[in-house]
Design a protein. Structure first.
Ligand code: GLC
Length: 526
């Protein structure tokens, strides 16, 4: 059984397939997921009937099959072929234009996909083997987390699709059909437990599409990459226009700007390497990581002060955070914290491939970068966020991210940990992405309050690196409990209730990935 599919939040689908089977009031619907488009209907109102014409209900659905009363089954013969197998009775459905179709059940019938002869027994046995192999790779987890982990593990498999020349993991077949930059890194963190090669592929897929100037794209999709504002879908531009700059009337920039995601690539590379040491991989990616790192200083630091900025909300990964209400260009403290950490990981990688001199230079870069951030952004009680040089008056979880460097002076780290443990951030379901007592806090609106697993994961790791193992353990424990109890691998959660926020998507890749990694007690040390 592995995991029960409700055919609403968890549709019947397959690794490598864009087809989703969903349950609706008037029967089953088969839809196809596409990049930045609503689900396309392949067929609808699929109903199976017995010989007397009575409609037969679905009695169970799991990764292998959807089963109807009386024994008929839906199975994937291959990622693009969905078959209906059964003997006796009939099935009927509608095609998108409304044309009605029906068939007497006499074996294996292709519903979607190229015509072909399939034997039901073989198709079922092959699906059974595929899933048994995948679940055999699932890391061991404590019993009370096993059910949710199986759901997460299934999510990771079905979100794998051929994209950009490799097998990439998409964030969700509901609305996010591409490989997103930092999502791929979080996905790699989970896949390293089962298939380090697949984990490396997530990172390589991103690096394969590096731009000539070193920039990494925001998204790799079926039609190319999203790497600057002119590549953005129109609907995104409209959404951004609603809030960006509204606090001070700036609005979006007129000309094209690059769009990427936070610099965590070397962080992920090193985690995968620690799980499955591979010097060849390190040597292959190192020059690309170096160019990607330098890009922030050459192309994303408009005032040239050595503290890079995000030039677009999407580059931060926190699309609608209230930070952007102050304008489209900003420097919340996470960016330079990630870069400082990345310099340390580049040092580790350089050392591992025998470049001792470069390793020493990266360490110096990391400490000089931190010194400069402390000297210019620490105001004695917190790190400041600037937007085009002016202070941003909103308190977000990003303010705590300097903990991620693991290099802060003791008093500074202690102050950040105290802030995290204060009522502004520490409720039953930490960590709200905007402080509970900030006027911009909204428990249901994406990055304006809800809990996201990646923020919790990175903060827990930072706490541990900064000497707060107890707080890190408590944060992880509460995060796991929240996800276990809320019912699914959602995109984000309401920090007051611990429930799915209403607009959050389900079957979300990095929630599944980071849940698996946390549940497996994955090491958080670099
Ligand atoms: C949303 C998130 C972003 C993420 C993307 C794909 O846009 O804000 O951080 O990378 O979805 O999951």
């Amino acid at each position: 059984m592995y995991v029960e599919l409700d055919l609403v939040e968890r549709p019947f689908t397959e690794r490598g397939s864009r087809l989703l089977v969903l349950l609706e009031e008037d029967g089953l619907r088969v839809a196809r997921a596409e990049y930045e488009a609503p689900l396309a209907v392949e067929l609808s109102r699929l109903v199976v009937r017995d010989a007397g014409g009575r409609a037969l209900p679905v009695v169970s659905a799991d990764p292998v099959a959807v089963r109807f009363e009386g024994g008929a089954e839906l199975l994937f013969a291959d990622p693009s072929t969905l078959v209906l197998a059964g003997q006796g009775g009939s099935a009927s459905w509608r095609l998108p234009g409304g044309t009605a179709r029906s068939v007497e059940l006499t074996g294996c019938h292709v519903l979607v996909g190229p015509e072909g002869e399939w034997a039901a027994d073989r198709v079922r046995a092959a699906a059974g083997r595929r899933w048994a192999e995948w679940f055999a790779l699932m890391p061991e987890v404590p019993e009370e987390l096993a059910e949710r982990t199986r759901m997460a593990w299934w999510t990771l498999a079905v979100n794998l699709l051929p994209i950009g020349g490799r097998e990439g993991l998409v964030p969700s077949k509901y609305g996010y059909l591409g490989v997103w930059n930092w999502d791929a890194l979080f996905h790699a963190v989970a896949l390293r437990h089962a298939s380090p090669a697949l984990a490396r592929d997530q990172i390589l897929l991103l690096l394969d599409h590096q731009l000539p100037d070193g920039q990494l794209p925001d998204v790799v999709h079926d039609f190319g990459v999203l790497a600057e504002t002119t590549d953005l879908p129109r609907s995104d531009l409209a959404r951004l226009g609603e809030h960006v700059g509204r606090a001070n009337g700036t609005g979006m920039p007129a000309g094209p700007v690059p769009v990427t995601k936070p610099p965590l690539t070397a962080w992920a590379v090193w985690k995968v390497h620690r799980a499955d040491p591979d010097r060849e991989f390190l040597a292959e990616v190192y020059p690309k990581l170096v160019r990607a790192h330098e890009w922030w200083f050459t192309a994303s630091d408009p005032d040239g002060d050595g503290l890079p900025e995000y030039l677009h909300p999407y580059s931060s990964g926190l699309d609608d955070s209230p930070v952007w209400d102050y304008g489209p260009r900003a420097e919340p403290p996470d960016l330079n914290s990630y870069l400082i950490h990345q310099a340390d990981r580049l040092a580790d990688i350089a050392e591992a491939i025998g470049l001792a001199g470069e390793a020493a230079r990266w360490r110096e870069r990391a400490s000089a970068h931190l010194e400069s951030m402390l000297a210019r952004r620490w105001d004695g009680s917190g790190f400041r966020t600037l937007s085009d040089g002016a202070p941003v008056r909103v308190r977000t979880a990003l303010d705590l991210m300097p903990l991620f460097t693991g290099r802060l002076p003791g008093a500074v780290a202690a102050q950040l940990e105290r802030t995290l443990r204060s009522p502004s951030y520490w409720g039953r379901y930490p960590v709200p992405t905007v402080a509970f007592d900030d006027p911009a806090f909204d428990p249901d609106a994406m990055w304006r309050g809800p809990v996201w697993l990646n923020v919790n994961y990175l903060l827990a790791e930072g706490l541990e690196r900064s000497g707060f193992a107890g707080t890190a353990a408590e944060l992880r424990r509460r995060t796991l409990a929240m996800v276990r109890d809320a019912g699914g691998l959602y995109e984000y959660w309401n920090p007051l209730t611990g429930a799915r926020a209403p607009r959050a998507t389900s079957g979300f890749g990095w929630s599944a990935a980071l849940f698996v990694d946390l549940a497996a007690g994955g090491s958080v040390r670099p």
